[in-house]
Design a protein around this ligand. Structure first.
Ligand code: NAD
Length: 244
C-alpha cells in the first residue's frame, strides 16, 4: 500500500514548509504546492514533490489536483495554508486589496477543498485550514485579513458538518504571531511590542510549533476531532488583551 499523502498549500516557505517537513518526518508523502515556482525549485525533500499553483485560480487548482493524483494515487490530508496579509485601516482599504486578500485566503480554501472532496472521500481524509488569531478577535488594521480568517473559521465548521457523513474531518489552526516573511512585512515595531505585551508566553511562536498542531489534526490521533479551532497562540486568545 502506498504511504499516506498530504497536500500542503503555500508550502514553499514559512509555516507551510515546516508542516511539509514535519509530515514527511512522520511518514507522509507530501505534495508541496505554492504560487512561487522559483522558491519551489530550491526544495529537495525526500518523498515530496512540488506543484506550482495559484490556489485562487480554479483552472490551476483542477490541474494541480490531477497532477498530484497522478504522482501519488491518493490524498489523505489537505492543509490549506496559503495566505497573504495586508494591514491597513478600513477607511484606507481599497476594493482591489480587499479582493486580493479574500481571493487567496478564502476563495483558495474553498476551491482546493471542493476539488479534493472526491479524493478525500476515498480515504476518509482530513482538512486542516490555517486561520489566525486575527480571525478570532477584531483589532485595528486587519479589516480584510481578519475578516478573511474569520470566514475561514466558519468555512471549516461548514466543511465539518457537510463532509462528516463521508468520514472527512475538517479543523482549523489559528496561529498567533510567527516570524515569517508574511509577518515581517506587516508587523511594525509597534505591533511587535504590543504582541509581546499581549502574549502570556511573551514571545512569537516558531513555525515548527504551528506545524505540530497541524500535523496532529491531520493524523489519526485526532480521529474524533472535527469542526474545531485550535489556537496555537501563546495564550493570546485566553488573555484577551487589545492590540493596535
Ligand atoms: P509566508 O509568507 O512565509 O508563506 C505563505 C506562502 O503562501 C508563501 O510561500 C507564498 O508564496 C504562498 N502563497 C501566497 N499566495 C498564494 C497563492 N495564491 N497560491 C499558492 N500559494 C500562495 O507566510 P506564513 O506566515 O508562513 O503564512 C502561512 C499561513 O499562516 C497563512 O495563511 C497566514 O495567514 C497564516 N498565519 C500566519 C501568521 C504569522 O504571524 N506568520 C499568524 C497567523 C496566521
Amino acid at each position: 500500500m502506498t504511504a499516506k499523502t498530504a497536500i500542503v498549500t503555500g508550502a514553499a516557505r514559512g509555516i507551510g514548509l515546516a508542516t511539509a517537513r514535519l509530515l514527511q518526518s512522520q511518514g507522509w508523502r507530501v505534495a508541496i504546492v505554492d504560487i512561487d515556482a522559483a522558491e519551489l525549485q530550491t526544495l529537495d525533500i525526500p518523498d515530496c514533490a512540488t506543484f506550482a499553483c495559484d490556489v485562487s485560480d480554479p483552472d490551476q487548482v483542477a490541474r494541480m489536483v490531477q497532477d498530484v493524483m497522478q504522482w501519488s494515487g491518493r490524498i489523505d490530508a489537505l492543509v490549506n495554508n496559503a495566505g497573504v496579509a495586508d494591514f491597513r485601516p478600513l477607511a484606507e482599504t481599497d476594493l482591489a486589496t480587499w479582493r486580493r486578500i479574500m481571493s487567496v485566503n478564502l476563495d483558495g480554501v474553498f476551491l482546493v477543498s471542493q476539488a479534493l472532496i472526491p479524493h478525500l472521500r476515498q480515504t476518509r481524509g482530513a482538512i486542516v485550514n490555517i486561520a489566525s488569531i486575527s480571525g478570532l478577535r477584531a483589532s485595528t488594521l486587519r479589516v480584510a485579513y481578519g475578516t478573511s480568517k474569520a470566514a475561514v473559521i466558519h468555512l471549516t465548521r461548514q466543511q465539518a458538518v457537510e463532509l462528516g457523513e463521508w468520514g472527512i474531518r475538517a479543523n482549523c489552526v489559528a496561529p498567533g504571531p510567527v516570524d515569517t516573511k508574511l509577518a515581517l512585512a506587516v508587523h511594525t515595531p509597534a505591533i511587535r511590542a504590543a504582541y509581546h505585551d499581549a502574549l502570556p508566553l511573551n514571545r512569537y511562536g516558531c513555525e515548527t510549533e504551528i506545524a505540530e498542531a497541524i500535523a496532529f489534526l491531520c493524523s489519526d490521533r485526532a480521529s474524533y476531532v472535527t469542526g474545531q479551532v485550535l489556537a496555537a497562540d501563546g495564550g493570546f486568545e485566553a488573555a484577551g488583551v487589545g492590540l493596535p
